[in-house]
Design a protein around this ligand. Structure first.
Ligand code: GAP
Length: 490
């Protein structure tokens, strides 16, 4: 809780949401969180590289997720499956036949668009313009088109009838709508023919399903139990922008929880609660910016699905899906592989295919949500600053050690302290520029604590600790710094 005098020192600045994304992208590049991929060759659409600070922040997110899943739960273990799998996996899962997006091309500009996105943007515009009757009419036709026997044709007809144009070019010289499979294909081995096609996995989940018995047997797991995994997934999506929100290569943090049929409802509710609380309690995301969304239209494998959505500066969008996947996947793999995927309860001798509750979070989206939630501009004692109010647990740099001056022994003492702390924490040493400038550099990357070594430090073995959010300082004994940081990071 800030006292009145502290509140007076720090005055927040209200930022319009449309400005925040622009500022975030610029900060992310300037300070080494995220770079465009292969930038010196003009980049590659929707691919990004995590820089020195970005890779630390991402590692912290993954570690917090991994620990909250595997360490906290005695009945959840982790795996790290390969990205490429036998292509039959993707036939069994339904991805080869139905992991498609409806695409439409503009014959004049040669650009490709998602037909459903064109229509949804059009409906949104009608709604914004206050054309209520038109909104309802187009919405109704769109919903009917989705269920139509030839939905491609129905989507095409709606786009043409409404005169929908591409937002970026204003052109509307449309081809027919076609279904486009989102999986990336590559050829394995020396000969590139259809028999050698393998896919880059579009989700990590299938690596867990096919290892159900391997994990169960090797780890002596009894239902209910879970398998967790963090890994790359690839989807050949048409991307609308919004920085790292939607990428073709991204990382998922998924957990499949295997339960006895009939108990999935209870497990689903428990996971729903736990996952929502993780965002606020472990990551410090603002609760008011998180929302539940219940799916009315369910994927072919699910009997219940909710999304956790976050209020990004560009709209409220999904960061995690919680799905009750029934026994669909194990049943499909049983059928396609010819291997029995049943579980035998040792106590009752009952045999069944377990049902699955899945929690599936996107690491990169969460990264963006954390940055957007943390980005703040304020003034400290009248001086403007940018500050990332990241929770100390996710902040890439935990503390900066700053000598008030490099000379007079302060530089050496600060370096010594940095080296001592570096065995446990990511700590930066900085002696360049005024102390105020150095504080600002650390505020901007979310470093929660600045530890200053001054004249008094050399005489009394004390340092000052400055808190990022309040700019308040306190003096503590040098010997207590490690303990202080440790306590702030649990
Ligand atoms: N196994 C279930 C599954 O993959 P999903 O809803 O398609 O479900 C789960 O994906 C999460 O993965 C999403 O909530 C999102 O955070 C992330 N995700 C999906 N596609 C993405 C993309 N193209 N770029 C970044 N993250 C993505």
């Amino acid at each position: 809780m800030m006292s009145n005098s502290e509140q007076k020192r720090v005055q927040s600045v209200i930022l319009p949401p449309d400005k925040v994304m622009h500022k975030l992208v610029s900060l992310a590049k300037r300070r080494g969180f995220i770079f465009p991929s292969s930038e010196i060759y003009e980049g590659l659409s929707s691919c990004f590289d995590y820089g020195p600070l970005g890779s630390e922040l991402k590692k912290n997110i993954k570690e917090l997720w991994w620990n909250s899943m595997t360490r906290r739960h005695q009945n959840i273990v982790g795996i790290d499956a390969s990205i490429m799998m036998n292509p039959r996996v993707w036939e069994a899962s339904g991805h080869v036949s139905s992991f498609n997006d409806p695409m439409i091309d503009d014959k004049t500009t040669k650009r490709r668009y998602r037909a459903d996105h064109l229509i949804e943007n059009h409906i949104e515009k009608l709604r914004r313009d206050g054309k209520e009757a038109d909104t309802l009419r187009v919405q109704g036709t769109y919903e009917a088109a989705g269920g139509a026997k030839d939905s491609n044709r129905a989507l095409y007809e709606l786009i043409v009838a409404e005169g929908i144009k591409a937002q970026d070019t204003g052109s509307g010289d449309w081809t027919e709508v076609r279904q486009f499979n989102l999986m990336f294909q590559c050829n394995m081995g020396a000969v590139a023919d259809t028999a050698s096609i393998v896919y880059l996995r579009p989700e990590t989940a299938q690596g867990i399903f096919v290892n159900f018995h391997n994990v169960r047997e090797s780890s002596r797991m009894k239902v209910p139990f879970g398998i967790a995994q963090i890994g790359k997934a690839f989807r050949n999506e048409i991307v609308k922008g919004n920085f790292i929100f939607r990428m073709v290569e991204f990382e998922q943090m998924e957990m499949q929880y295997f339960v006895k049929p009939g108990t999935q409802g209870e497990a689903f509710e428990a996971w729903r609660e736990e996952r929502f609380n993780w965002y606020t309690n472990s990551l410090g995301i603002t609760r008011e910016k998180l929302h539940w969304y219940k799916h009315d239209k369910l994927a072919h494998y699910a009997d219940l699905a909710y999304d956790i959505k976050f209020e990004f500066p560009f709209g409220i969008e999904e960061i995690e899906g919680i799905h009750s996947r029934t026994d669909f996947d194990l049943k499909q793999h049983q059928e396609f592989s010819g291997k029995n995927m049943e579980y035998i309860d040792q106590l009752t001798n009952e045999r069944y295919l377990p049902y699955v509750v899945e929690t599936s979070a996107g690491c990169d989206r969460l990264f963006l949500a954390l940055l957007a939630d943390a980005y703040t501009e304020d003034t400290v004692d009248g001086e403007e600053r940018v500050v990332l109010r990241l929770s100390p647990k996710v902040a890439p740099v935990k503390a900066a050690v700053l000598p008030l001056m490099k000379k007079g022994g302060m530089g050496e003492a600060a370096l010594k302290l940095r080296d001592e702390l570096a065995t446990d924490f990511l700590v930066q040493y900085d002696d360049a520029g005024s102390i105020g400038k150095r504080y600002r550099r650390q505020d901007e990357i979310g470093t929660p604590f600045c530890i200053t070594v001054d004249h008094q430090s050399l005489e009394e073995n004390t340092v000052t600790v400055r808190y990022r959010d309040t700019a308040v300082q306190e003096r503590i004994d040098i010997s207590r710094v490690r303990e202080f940081l440790g306590a702030k990071l649990v």
